[in-house]
Write a protein that binds this ligand. Structure first.
Ligand code: SF4
Length: 279
């Protein structure tokens, strides 16, 4: 049993069908942000060896979320069953974060890598994101933003010149199902994607493969049609379902509202990627 100390548990609970709105976020301070993890030597979050920064806060509430601790934009604490307190999230200044990112410049240079901002939804802390992206660009570090696409276009537009690559999530093409499983509609996400394409940005589409939710014949077929309808062909990646995320739900005392079953095989995942990248 673990209890959330600051009564913030509701912010992490799934509220299927609820549109959280774009502005349900605390105002951010430009020079300070809240992150919940930093992963060095990451190899799946863009090209080469990267440092991935996980920013706290997300306007979606995907039922399968692999990082449920990312969803609240607040600092949180939980008391675990062994009475040990665990902090979720920490404040960090732009310069402190930049110093951490710079430590691995040699690896970025040798591998064609860089830094990736993920979450949560990094655009929830758009001022902080802008500031750190700007420093990275000035230093010549390759930048990637991993986004749900659910943000005001003005916020995305502001970071467009500072992001070399967008990892852009497409989850469900059916609007009603998108609302049911993520809490928000997909119209804004699709409109923002079209605007990014218009600006000739480098984009990789990513879809999480969630059994019986995104991995259905209907959704994959609609995804294929969607790709064909775009004015350019974009590379596609599929992300396998992470069964180990269940451990986080137990640890943080969060309800699981989907049945976690086995992920698909690597062979099937690769076959899907080949198929969708050769449309
Ligand atoms: S968009 Fe990503 S971080 Fe946000 S709730 Fe969905 S899976 Fe979790």
């Amino acid at each position: 049993m673990c209890l959330r100390q600051n009564q913030d548990i509701n912010k992490l609970l799934f509220v299927p069908g609820k549109d959280h709105g774009l502005f349900e976020r605390q105002d951010v301070i430009k020079d300070e942000g809240i992150i919940f993890d930093i992963k060095r030597y990451a190899i799946h979050d863009g090209p080469g060896i990267r440092t991935t920064i996980f920013l706290k806060g997300c306007p979606l509430s995907c039922r399968w979320c692999h990082n449920p601790e990312s969803r609240s934009s607040q600092l949180e604490k939980v008391i675990l069953s062994n009475n040990i307190k665990e902090a979720i999230g920490r404040k960090i200044t732009v310069s402190e974060l930049f110093n951490t990112i710079k430590k691995d410049i040699i690896f970025y240079d040798e591998s064609g890598g860089g830094v990736t901002f993920s979450g949560g939804e990094p655009l929830m802390q758009s001022d902080f994101l802008y500031s750190i992206l700007k420093l990275c660009k000035e230093e010549g570090i390759h930048t990637t933003v991993d986004t749900s696409g659910y943000a005001d276009w003005a916020l995305i537009e502001k970071i467009v010149p500072l992001s070399d690559l967008f990892l852009y999530d497409i989850k469900l093409l059916d609007e009603k199902e998108h609302i049911k499983y993520t809490g928000v509609g997909n119209a804004l996400i699709i409109n923002n994607l079209l605007k990014l394409i218009d600006l000739n940005k480098k984009i990789i589409l990513r879809m999480p493969i969630i059994p019986a939710i995104t991995n259905t014949e209907k959704n994959l077929s609609q995804f294929k049609d969607f790709i064909k309808s775009l004015p350019v062909r974009l590379p596609v990646e599929f992300l396998n379902f992470n069964i180990f995320a269940t451990e986080k739900y137990h640890r943080f005392h969060l309800p699981l509202t989907i049945k976690y079953t086995d992920p698909i095989s690597d062979d099937r995942l690769n076959a899907l990627m080949t198929e969708f990248n050769n449309i």
